[in-house]
Design a protein around this ligand. Structure first.
Ligand SMILES: Cc1ncc(COP(=O)(O)O)c(C=O)c1O
Length: 322
C-alpha cells in the first residue's frame, strides 16, 4: 500500500469491513437544520460498534497486519481512548492480544471498554507524544505490531468509508463537516469525497485550545503545539501526522475552531433535540455549524459527522447542568 489512502483503498476497506460494522444512517433534524441555517443531516458514528468511527480504521488495519504478518500475536497502540477500544475489539475479533497505552486523563468509560474487550491498558503521561513513544518502544522491545491511531494509510482508508457511505446515501450533498484530532478521520473522508466528487466541500473542525491544523495552515508547515486543552479529549493531539498533514492541506477546503462553551451547547442540543448522546469530540461539527462561522445558504445540504459517543455519565450530567 502507498503512503496515502486513495478512492480504491477506501473501496477495498469497505469490502473488508462489510458485515462487521454498522452502516450508520444519515439522520435529518428539522430543529437543528433551522438553528444552523442549512439542510442538515447527521452521521451518527456514536451508534457505531465500540461507540465511535475508530473501529473502521482499526479493523481495516488489524486485518491487513494479520494478512501480511500471519505470525503476529500481539498488537500495541497509543490512544486517547476510542482508538484503543477499537483496536482491542479488532484484536479480539482476529484472535490477537492487545496492549493499549492511554493518557492518565482518559475517560473511565473508554478505559473500561478497552479492558472489557480483553486489552491490557497502560497509563502514560497526558500528551499524545508521550504515549506514542511508549507504544513504539513496547513494539520494539516485545515484538508487538504497532497500530497507529491516525498516521497510516490503512487506518485512513477505514475512516474514509464514512465518506463513501455519505455519498451513496445523499448523492446531492454539498458540504461535509468532520472533527480533526491527528487528522486520520478527515483525511480518509476528504480522500473519498474529493477523489469521487471534487465539488463537495469538506470542512475540518478543531477546538480553539488545540488548533493544530489551523495553525499549520497559517504557518504553511506542520506545527506541533506545546500544549493543548479542551473538553474534546479525542481532539487534543499536539500535531497532525506526517501523512495526514499534506492530505488535509490538499483536500480540506476550510478549517473552523470552536470553544468549549460552543461544544457544550452543541452537546446539549444534540441530546435534547435529536436524543443522541455524543461525546464532546463528536459534537464539534455541530458546534461549528451553530456558530455560523461557515456561511451557508438555507438550501445547502450539509452532513455533520458525529464521530463518537463515549462520554462518562458523570460528564453527561455536568454538561447537562451547563
Ligand atoms: C470521538 C472522536 N472524534 C474524532 C477524533 C479525531 O480523529 P483523528 O485523530 O483521526 O483526527 C477522535 C480521536 O480519538 C475521537 O475519539
Amino acid at each position: 500500500m502507498t503512503e496515502r489512502p486513495t478512492a480504491q483503498t477506501i473501496r477495498q476497506a469497505r469490502e473488508r469491513l462489510s458485515g462487521m460494522i454498522h452502516h450508520t444512517p444519515l439522520v435529518a433534524s428539522q430543529s437543528l437544520s433551522s438553528l444552523v441555517g442549512a439542510d442538515l443531516r447527521l452521521k451518527p458514528e456514536n451508534l457505531q460498534v465500540t461507540g465511535s468511527f475508530k473501529i473502521r480504521g482499526a479493523l481495516n488495519k488489524v486485518a491487513a497486519v494479520r494478512q501480511s504478518e500471519p505470525t503476529v500475536q500481539t498488537v500495541v497502540t497509543a490512544s486517547s481512548g476510542n482508538h484503543g477500544q477499537a483496536v482491542a475489539w479488532a484484536a479480539r475479533h482476529f484472535g490477537l492480544s492487545a496492549h493499549v497505552v492511554v493518557p492518565k486523563t482518559a475517560p473511565a468509560i473508554k478505559v473500561a471498554a478497552a479492558r472489557a474487550f480483553g486489552a491490557d491498558v497502560e497509563f502514560c503521561g497526558t500528551r499524545s507524544r508521550e504515549r506514542l513513544d511508549r507504544a513504539r518502544e513496547l513494539a520494539r522491545i516485545n515484538g508487538y505490531v504497532f497500530i497507529p491511531p491516525y498516521d497510516d494509510p490503512a487506518i485512513m482508508s477505514g475512516q474514509g468509508t464514512i465518506g463513501l457511505e455519505i455519498l451513496d446515501e445523499w448523492p446531492d450533498v454539498d458540504v461535509v463537516v468532520a472533527p480533526i484530532g491527528g487528522g486520520g478521520l478527515i483525511s480518509g473522508i476528504a480522500t473519498a469525497i474529493k477523489e469521487t466528487r471534487p465539488h463537495v466541500r469538506v470542512i475540518g473542525v478543531e477546538p480553539t485550545g488545540a488548533a493544530k491544523a489551523w495553525q499549520s495552515r497559517r504557518s504553511a508547515r506542520r506545527v506541533e503545539l506545546p500544549t493543548t486543552e479542551s473538553i474534546a479529549d479525542g481532539l487534543i493531539t499536539l500535531s497532525l501526522g506526517h501523512l495526514t498533514h499534506p492530505i488535509i492541506e490538499q483536500y480540506v477546503d476550510d478549517l473552523v475552531t470552536v470553544s468549549d462553551e460552543e461544544i457544550k451547547e452543541a452537546f446539549w442540543l444534540l441530546l435534547t433535540r435529536t436524543k443522541l448522546v455524543v461525546e464532546p469530540s463528536g459534537a464539534v461539527s455541530v458546534a461549528a455549524l451553530l456558530s455560523r462561522r461557515l456561511v451557508l445558504d438555507p438550501k445547502t445540504r450539509v452532513v455533520a459527522v458525529l464521530s463518537g459517543g463515549n462520554v462518562d455519565p458523570a460528564v453527561v450530567s455536568t454538561l447537562s447542568a451547563h
